[in-house]
Design a protein around this ligand. Sequence first.
Ligand code: AHR
Length: 334
Amino acid sequence: MRKKTLVLHSLFLIALALLSCDGSGSDAGKIAEKAANTDGLIVVGFSQVGAESDWRRANTKSMRETFTKEKGYKLFFNDGQQKQANQIAAIRNFIRTKVDYIVLAPISEQGWDEALKEAKDAGIPVIVVDRMIQTSNPAFFTSWIGSDFRKEGGTAVAWMEKKFKDRKNLKIAHMQGSMGSSAQIGRTEALQEGVSRNVEWKVVVRDSGDFTQVKGKEVMERFLSEYRDIDVLYCENDNMAFGAIQAMDEARLPYGLRGGLVIISFDATRAGLEQTLAGNIAFNVECNPLHGPRVERIIQQLQEGKKPNKIVYVDETAFDAATITREETNSRAY
Ligand code: AHR
């Protein structure tokens, strides 16, 4: 009799959790399992931005490979499909499901207060990863780990200052990432500061390619229809640079070490480094996506009752087409 009641209770919880899922994420249905049985595993709900770039896919892979059953975790993964509303719905689902930790890779910096206050009220620690968020109360998240995007942009601008030292009338096309994301804000700010320091630099055209290859190609086609004599493309990620290269090829315009347009990119993914090694991307600034083990370290500290650092920046480097080696490219893990 008691067994029958337990089974009915589990079925009820499963149905309840299924009803409360927004359906936008790949693990939406699985959330129900937490209510029914977690086998003593640490339950982590991960709200991911989407799958817009190679970087993002490598980031998802790193999280999935870290938070496995074998290592003592149950991971609920939600793909926000590039919409903040989906990410907020996922956070609320994780709260209802009573996960042990929420990990948030936020699409943009603003707009998280309400959902994160709910997580705090429910006593669930939130670890923010990759991009930063702006909150009215710093206690809305426990810890953040990610890239210093402003510094990444500064690295690219310092390279430009050296490369174009005595150059007059430098015409720059600026392709931005998803507007309002820390990656876009930091890289854009660095360029703007570079432009205000260098009187010969001018941004002649600027638009967002949303960090995707498809939009990167579209935006570059538009840039080229307006300006044929661009000197530099400051492109805020590799996938948009790949799209821009496609557009340049179709327009039969030169770029890279052979002369023509100088392309600067961010991420330094394996595919991005192949383009750098080939001389097509002149300078590529690393943005490291392998955050799974880093987030796990934070969770382990919390499990042990320790206080993790509030803000942690990862170390990153950059690659110049003039000096990059085949070995560096081949050893790239993402
Ligand atoms: O937030 C990191 C950025 O987001 C990466 O540069 C980009 O490729 C990704 O989509």
